[in-house]
Structure formats: structure tokens, C-alpha cells
Design a protein around this ligand. Structure first.
Ligand code: DQQ
Length: 717
């Protein structure tokens, strides 16, 4: 260790437990000067904290009795001390004190003592692995406590701290537990910092317990870091600002600018987890795309709303996190999907709040023209009871599966769709109505369409879009997105289906749309990952959006999709390739992991054509877009480096053969294909960093191709 506290205050209350005594003894062994300081003397002001460069409170039992002896005095003394540049380390259940001490508005929600029969430790967040507390470890999974030891803990599980950065989740029984936010760093505006380590430490057993010395090493480095004048100055992603702050988000995006497999012109979160697009709206000259975002890491948990905006669909910028769960509200466990509605010229959000086993609609309003800050309705939830007719599905997670919102106005009435499932039948879309311009009072009308179980047991993210004489309803059924073209009769109510299909035949889910100023309907979908949870955590990011797709239904009731024309502005270096193809691969003179390939293929006497993208230099690894036997297929068998959860091919049927027009958008781990006049197939593959070649060949004969290719620039400001 290069720095260590010159003088440490080891805080205690009453009689020291064996664990606290062992920690004090250890501190005296490794540090030059350690004083045992009673918390009561801090609370009553008789202890002079200014003498210490770090204070450490290690509690293996409920700390409330210590707080009972003068919480306000303690909070004031620590605030002074921290504002003067001091460092405070809270370990095990002392982390419970962050809320009463005013260090965070939200305290840990998982507190107690467990007796795990397995090894536990810290799952280090990849963007924070250079935090000085983890010095000396080159593994993101740090085992600190062997099996069979008591494990007092105070960590965040359903919640996240409001102001602290989660440096590490949990690790137990050789499995990642990213949802157990265990190591948290709280920067202080005036200088000083607090570090919490809420589990998996034992000083009493450190020598006999396997891995116990690793926990002591983290504490030793943490104490050194807290003693340093600028403890986190060298970090790749500074943690001096809050996690919702746009500068912090932009720093994370910069740090991940070259992250392997991370798309650059398909929208992503700056880092961490992203799923559904939400609240899409063109407002005050900009497109606003909100998205399901977990600031705690690349896993689905504690869902906030992230926010990105663009004036032109070409250049996007990150905005501060727009919505966060409220520990006292009906959205405590997550702000799930919803929409922006402009009612009487005022933007209103309707989204699903989750708390315990309930998910219910919540409302938020704003007068911020940039839509960065929102006021939640104190009367939330706006619909307090779920319908009883028909009987809706109850699952292990939810008393009623009831979520996601699509709202529109017609002839003075507001209509509101919510996704659900009818018990024992299948996914359903429920209709509500209102004449309240504030969108608070809703009258339940009934289901408009219910699937048979074959279309999924719950329908999520329903959306209704209107095109001349046609209505288009789409639902996400747990696996893919089904659309129905037909007519919605809001009186009955009932959706009459004339035609149906899939919006995309690959990795595409929970789409949502908005209207461009010129009337086009633009749709984005979430492109979920096809690699496992540990790989997502280690990457530090998860999830991307599809390109914005212009969607419409023609007079014959046929659905069309094409990429928004604005995307052409991202095109850079260009190459073309025209002429006959035979069965050997012809290389394109343009390589890259961010490419647009527009091609028209005539089969002549060939059976099919293969386009290879993201190819290794030796030609051994590639993703193959194959057209053969009236089928368009993406073959992913040799497309990825490293473990993936699915290499199954994905495909769609095409009506005719002979000639085909394809637009293929390659973006690192995304291959998004538009075939003919609007069938879509999007696949996730993980080529790593080196594979970037493109080539094409005919199958079983000769074909003719006319291909234009461009490199595509990043979409981020
Ligand atoms: N994602 C949200 C839900 C929605 C699901 C939760 C669909 O509101 O039903 O993150 O992906």
C-alpha cells in the first residue's frame, strides 16, 4: 500500500462484538495509528473527528441502538467531517445507517444475517474495476467469505442508492448476483467520500475462512483510498458526480466507445442495462426516446427511465436519467414501460409502477421543455384496481399481469390500452376510456383482443397505430412481436383482425412508435442480447434499439417497414460491387463493423445467394445472410467469438423468388435486415473486435448482384 490513513477512528458503540474486536485488532496490526472512538462521543461532539483522516464503522448487528443515542448529532458531525475532506467507511450492517445519517435518501432494503452454505464475495462492475478499493485483484469475481460463516448484510436488492455508485454486486455459490448491490461509493460535493461494503466480510474468521484475507485486503485498500486527497482521481469513469448526472453518463459512454460488440449507430445506453423504448415523442424540435434503464449494471433490475434526444434522427445525445423509482411510491420496484401523451398541449407520462406484487399505472407531468424532469402525481397509481372481468392472469411475480400503456385521443375521448393475460386463455389487450384531459380518471371497457395460448400467455407493450382505413395493433408476447391489421371498434369493444404477422422475425421486442413532424410513423424496438447474463455483466452494457423504422399500412391492408430515410446522412466511405457471382466468395473492397449494404440480387440459374458479414480474415468466422428456397435466413453458427446463448439460425419466408432487394445494416453485434418491401429480420451476433470483412457468393449456379456499401458513422454527439 502506498498510502494509508495516518490516524484512523475505529467507531464503536457499547460492548464490542467478537467480530468488531477482531476488526479493531486487525486495524491495529496494519495501520500506524488507530483510536477506538465511541459513537456517543461523536454524537455529543466530544470526539474531535478532525484528528482522523478516515473513520470506520464496522457493525455485524443492527446499528439502530447506536443511532438511538443521538442520530442528529452523528449526522451533523459526519457531515462536517466529510465536508472537510474526511473519509468514512461503513461495513456490514453499518451501511444501514446511510439513510438516518443523511448520506443517502434511500437506505439498503435487504438487511439481516444469513448463514450461506456457499462462498460469497463481490461482483465488480467492469466500469469501476479500477476503483482503488479493488487494487490487487484482477478478477471481477472476488471471493471474500467461505461457506458456513455468518453473513451479516445491509445491501440494496430491490432498490438502488439514490446518490451512490454501485461499484460491485454480489457473488454467491459461484453464481453472479448482480442484483445484490454490495459495494457502494458516495461522492460528496464538498470533497470527502463514503464507501459502504454491505456483506461478505469477516475479520473474526479471516485467517481460517477461505478467502477471508481477500475481504481484509479490500478493506485495507478502501481505507487507503478514503485517506487520499483525491481518492478516485485516476478512474477511467470518474465517480464524483451522481449516476443520473448527464456528465457521468457521457463519461461512461466515452469509456465504452470502443467496447467490443457495442453498436455505434443503433442506440444504446451509455453503459449498463437497456430494454424497451418508452415515451417516444417529437417535442419542442427534438425526438425524445426514453428507455428502460438500470443504472446498477447490465442486468434487468431497479428500472429507471434513461433518456436520449435528437433533432434529426442522425445525431443523438444522452440526457440525464428522467425517472427513478420512489422508495415510498407505487413504483418502488421499478418504473416500467409507458408512453408520452400530449394532452391539451401538455406532455404527460403514463407508465407502469411496480411494487411488491402489484403493477399499476402511474402518471407524471412536466413543464420542462426539454422533458428532463418530471413530477410524479401524488395520487398515483391512477388506476388502483385491476379488472376482474375477465379473470386476469396471476403469476409468481404479480398479483395481476397488468402493464404497459398506449394512449390516444379520438373525437374528444381518450383511449388507453394496457397489456395483460386472461387466466387459462392467453395474452390480452384491455381498453380504458376517459374524457378527463388530465388523464387521471379511467373507465374500464374490457378486452379488445385475446389470443389463444399459442400467441403467449401475457401480451406486453400493446400499441395501436392508425393508417387511413386501417388499424394496426401489435403486442409483444414474451418471445416476439405479433401484429394485427384490422379495425378497432371502441364501442363493443373489439379488434376485428383481417391480417396478422410478425413485425420482425429475429431479436426484436417491445416496440413503440411516434409521429414525425411530417406525419410518418417511426418505430423503435428493443434488440435483446443473445449472450448470457455473466457476459452481459462483464461487457458493462446490455441491449440496443433497432433503427427507427418508418411503418405504414397500404390501402390493401399490407404492412410496410423501411429504415427512416434520415439515416442516409450517416453514410461515409462508399464501395459498390456489380455483376455476376459464382459459387466462390467475392470480397467487397470495404470492411467494417458499422456498415450499410444495399443490394439487389437476381438468381439467374442459382439456387440462392449468401452474403457474409463480420468475417474473420481467414474466412472461417462470419454471419451469413442467406436467401434460398423463398427463405431469408441469418446463419449464426460461426458468427460469434466467445459464449453466446443462442446460435440458432433465424429466418423469414418471402413470397416469391427470382429477384430480391435487401438492405442490411451491420453494427457490431447487430445485423438488421429489411427484405423486399418491409419484412424484417434482426439478429444479434458477437464477432469481437477483429471480424469486419464482407463477401458474397451464389449457391448452385450463377446470380447477378448490384450492391452499394457504406461505412456508417456513430450516431452519438
Ligand atoms: N419490459 C418492461 C415491462 C414490459 C416489458 C419492464 C417488455 O413494462 O412489459 O422492463 O419487455
Amino acid at each position: 500500500m502506498t498510502v494509508s490513513p495516518s490516524r484512523l477512528a475505529y467507531l464503536h458503540h457499547g460492548t464490542r462484538s467478537p467480530e468488531q474486536a477482531a476488526a479493531l485488532e486487525w486495524a491495529r496490526d496494519v495501520l500506524p495509528a488507530v483510536d477506538a472512538v465511541p459513537l456517543v462521543s461523536v454524537a455529543d461532539g466530544s470526539a474531535d473527528l478532525a484528528r482522523y483522516d478516515v473513520c470506520w464503522w464496522h457493525a455485524d448487528s443492527d446499528p439502530s441502538s447506536a443511532l438511538a443515542d443521538g442520530t442528529s448529532g452523528l449526522a451533523a458531525a459526519f457531515a462536517d467531517y466529510l465536508d472537510g475532506g474526511g473519509g468514512l467507511l461503513l461495513t456490514l450492517r453499518a451501511v444501514e445507517a446511510v439513510e438516518p445519517l443523511g448520506i443517502d435518501r434511500i437506505g439498503p432494503d435487504a438487511v439481516g444475517v444469513a448463514h450461506p452454505q456457499s462462498t460469497s464475495g463481490f461482483l465488480v462492475h467492469p466500469l469501476y474495476e479500477d476503483h482503488p478499493a479493488f487494487a490487487g485483484f484482477d478478477d471481477r469475481r472476488i471471493r471474500t467469505l467461505g461457506p458456513g460463516h455468518a453473513s451479516p448484510h445491509a445491501r440494496y436488492e430491490a432498490l438502488l442508492p439514490a446518490d451512490g455508485h454501485v461499484l460491485a454486486g454480489g457473488f454467491t455459490d459461484e453464481h453472479d448476483r448482480p442484483d445484490r448491490s454490495t459495494v457502494v461509493w458516495w461522492p460528496r460535493e464538498q470533497g470527502g467520500a463514503v464507501l459502504g461494503v454491505g456483506a461478505s466480510l469477516s475479520f473474526a474468521d479471516r485467517v481460517i475462512a477461505p478467502y477471508g484475507m481477500a475481504g481484509a485486503s479490500v478493506v485495507e485498500h478502501a481505507l487507503a483510498a478514503l485517506a487520499a486527497p483525491e481518492p478516485t482521481a485516476g478512474m477511467r469513469v470518474p465517480v464524483e458526480r451522481g449516476y443520473r448526472d448527464v456528465e457521468h453518463l457521457r463519461a461512461m459512454r466515452r469509456a465504452q466507445a470502443d467496447a467490443p460488440n457495442k453498436p455505434t449507430y443503433h442506440l444504446t445506453a451509455p453503459a449498463n442495462w437497456l430494454n424497451d423504448p418508452n415515451g417516444l415523442v417529437h417535442w419542442n424540435g427534438r425526438y425524445h426516446l426514453f428507455y428502460q434503464y438500470n443504472p446498477g449494471g447490465a442486468y434487468h433490475g431497479s428500472i429507471h427511465w434513461g433518456h436520449a434526444t435528437s433533432a434529426d434522427l442522425v445525431t443523438w445525445r444522452d440526457e440525464p436519467v428522467a425517472l427513478s423509482p420512489d422508495p415510498d411510491g407505487p413504483d418502488r420496484d421499478g418504473c416500467w414501460s409507458g408512453c408520452t401523451v400530449v394532452a391539451d398541449g401538455e406532455p404527460i407520462l403514463l407508465y407502469t409502477g411496480g411494487r411488491g406484487r402489484d403493477q399499476l399505472p402511474c402518471r407524471a407531468t412536466t413543464d420542462d421543455v426539454d422533458l428532463r424532469t418530471w413530477r410524479k402525481d401524488p395520487a398515483n397509481p391512477v388506476i388502483a384496481e385491476t379488472p376482474t372481468d375477465p379473470p386476469l392472469l396471476e403469476t409468481d411475480d404479480w398479483a395481476t399481469e397488468f402493464r404497459d400503456h398506449c394512449v390516444w385521443e379520438a373525437d374528444g375521448t381518450w383511449y388507453h390500452l394496457v397489456g395483460s393475460g386472461v387466466a387459462g386463455v392467453g395474452g390480452t389487450v384491455l381498453l380504458y376510456e376517459s374524457t378527463d384531459p388530465e388523464l387521471r380518471d379511467w373507465e374500464y371497457r374490457g378486452p379488445v383482443l385475446t389470443g389463444d395460448g399459442g400467441h403467449g400467455v401475457v401480451w406486453e407493450c400493446p400499441e395501436l397505430l392508425r393508417f387511413n382505413e386501417w388499424d394496426l395493433l401489435h403486442v409483444s408476447n414474451g418471445d416476439h412481436v405479433d401484429y394485427f391489421v384490422g379495425h378497432l371498434d371502441t364501442d363493443t369493444p373489439r379488434f376485428e383482425v383481417v391480417d396478422s404477422g410478425r413485425l420482425d422475425h429475429g431479436d426484436f421486442y417491445a416496440p413503440q412508435s411516434t409521429e414525425a413532424p411530417d406525419g410518418r410513423v417511426l418505430t423503435w424496438g428493443w434488440l435483446p442480447e443473445e449472450r448470457g447474463a455473466p457476459e452481459q455483466w462483464d461487457a458493462g452494457w446490455s441491449g440496443a434499439m433497432s433503427l427507427p423504422r418508418e411503418v405504414w399500412v397500404d390501402h390493401d391492408g399490407r404492412l410496410h417497414q423501411r429504415p427512416a430515410e434520415e439515416l442516409a446522412a450517416l453514410r461515409g466511405a462508399h464501395e459498390s460491387l456489380s455483376g455476376p457471382l459464382d459459387e466462390s466468395w467475392t470480397d467487397l473492397d470495404l470492411s467494417g463493423q458499422a456498415l450499410e449494404l444495399d443490394l439487389t440480387v437476381a438468381l439467374d440459374d442459382a439456387d440462392g445467394v449468401e452474403l457474409g458479414v463480420l468475417e474473420a480474415a481467414d474466412g472461417e468466422g462470419r454471419a451469413v445472410v442467406r436467401w434460398e428456397d423463398r427463405e431469408l435466413r441469418i446463419d449464426r453458427a460461426a458468427a460469434s467469438e466467445g459464449p453466446v446463448s443462442s446460435v440458432e439460425p433465424q429466418w423469414l419466408h418471402l413470397p416469391a423468388d427470382g429477384t430480391l432487394t435487401l438492405r442490411v445494416f451491420v453494427d457490431h453485434s447487430v445485423v438488421e435486415v429489411f427484405a423486399g418491401d418491409g419484412a424484417c429480420l434482426t439478429s444479434r451476433v458477437y464477432p469481437g473486435e477483429a471480424r469486419d470483412g464482407v463477401s458474397i457468393r451464389a449457391l448452385g449456379g450463377r446470380a447477378t448482384v448490384d450492391l452499394d456499401a457504406w461505412r456508417v458513422a456513430s450516431t452519438w454527439e
